[in-house]
Design a binder for this molecule. Structure first.
Ligand code: SF4
Length: 352
């Protein structure tokens, strides 16, 4: 929605530029309804506007109402800097925020439905040793409207029916905004909690807090190792967390929601990809409602890790399956260049 800035003052007067109007999805629904009424239109236009924008459609407002609202709210506070389309059809968007920060959001094609993979923070404080996003630390939280705007922008590329909170950031560290955005998407955006996958590295208390949202979403536990020391080396902010306690917390979440959970395992060559580690994981998961989602690590410049040797990732998953554990080897979405989460953003910062 365009914003008309006031005319520039005479050269010897101080510049008096009106502050930009608030973001559409930061304005409470009732306040937006009141704006429509004040402008001489029915309050239902507010609901239609929100719904249409959320679904990536043209707002289709009466022209006078659109003009009146343009000075009061703005539909977008971010814009697309760059889009990379990968061989597998993923569309990786580098987005510029209003304060000059950048984030990534990806539209992932699916066999039946496409997903939106969103960032929940600018950067990430969890500092996983193998992750590009952890390199820069966390710079700020994203507001709920910034989560919603990512969905809106990705829907310009086509329908999105699922949400994956697996981009940059640890969603449980920004749970208020995440919860707010999920409610809006459930009520107005056509994506219910059943179609949301929320990824976390823990600790167990964070998983409890996800349960307190009261939303029946699916949890993805970023485990990567069962041995506490090894996991602490890979995810240093979780050095005091016992990995089996995380599995117990995920079990409780599954019981609460009735939804099985995913165990995420980034396979790092020679670190956590051995047949013995796969066998230990199979034992630890026996009787739990867990599905293992393994992925071979994407090389990140200057990081002391390697991709698993050829055939090792398949053998790891094969060991789990042979032991009766549901497991899949995910293709690395995005292939070689700029593939791991955060790499596009970091490349942009380096170039800039
Ligand atoms: S893997 Fe996830 S939790 Fe870990 S640093 Fe990267 S974005 Fe943060």
């Amino acid at each position: 929605m365009p914003v008309d800035l006031p005319a520039v003052s005479a050269p010897d007067e101080p510049l008096d530029v009106a502050p930009a109007p608030p973001a559409l999805f930061s304005v409470p629904r009732d306040a937006l309804r009141r704006m429509c009424v004040e402008l001489g239109y029915g309050s239902h236009h507010a609901d239609l506007l929100r719904k249409r924008v959320l679904h990536g459609r043209d707002p289709a407002l009466p022209p006078r109402l659109a003009a009146g609202l343009a000075s009061r709210v703005r539909a977008a506070t971010m814009h697309v800097l760059r889009v990379d389309t990968t061989d597998d059809g993923a569309r990786k968007h580098l987005l510029a925020l209003h304060d000059g920060e950048t984030i990534e959001a990806v539209r992932l094609p699916g066999t039946a439905h496409a997903s939106a993979c969103l960032s929940t923070q600018v950067g990430c404080a969890m500092a996983c040793r193998f992750c590009a996003s952890g390199l820069l630390g966390v710079r700020r939280q994203l507001a709920a409207h910034e989560l919603l705007e990512q969905v809106v922008l990705l829907r310009r590329d086509g329908p999105v029916a699922r949400l994956v909170l697996m981009g940059t950031g640890e969603p449980t560290q920004n749970l208020r905004a995440v919860g707010e955005a999920l409610l809006v998407l459930r009520d107005e955006g056509g994506i219910g909690p059943r179609h949301v996958l929320l990824s976390t590295v823990g600790p167990p208390a964070a998983i409890e807090r996800v349960g307190e949202l009261g939303l029946r979403l699916t949890l993805a536990l970023s485990l990567h190792a069962l041995d506490r020391d090894l996991r602490g080396a890979l995810v240093p902010t979780q050095v005091h967390v016992e990995p089996r306690d995380l599995l117990d917390a995920a079990d409780r979440h599954a019981e609460l929601t009735g939804r099985p959970y995913q165990v995420e395992w980034v396979l790092l060559g020679g670190q956590n990809d051995s047949p013995a580690q796969a066998a230990d994981l199979a034992v630890a998961l026996r009787g739990r409602r867990a599905h293992v989602s393994a992925i071979a690590w994407n090389a990140v410049e200057d990081m002391p890790f390697a991709r698993p040797a050829s055939g090792v990732a398949e053998a790891f998953v094969g060991t789990l399956r042979a032991a009766g554990i549901s497991a899949a080897l995910r293709r690395s979405v995005g292939g070689a260049s700029s593939a791991a989460c955060g790499q596009l953003r970091i490349a942009h910062r380096r170039d800039g």
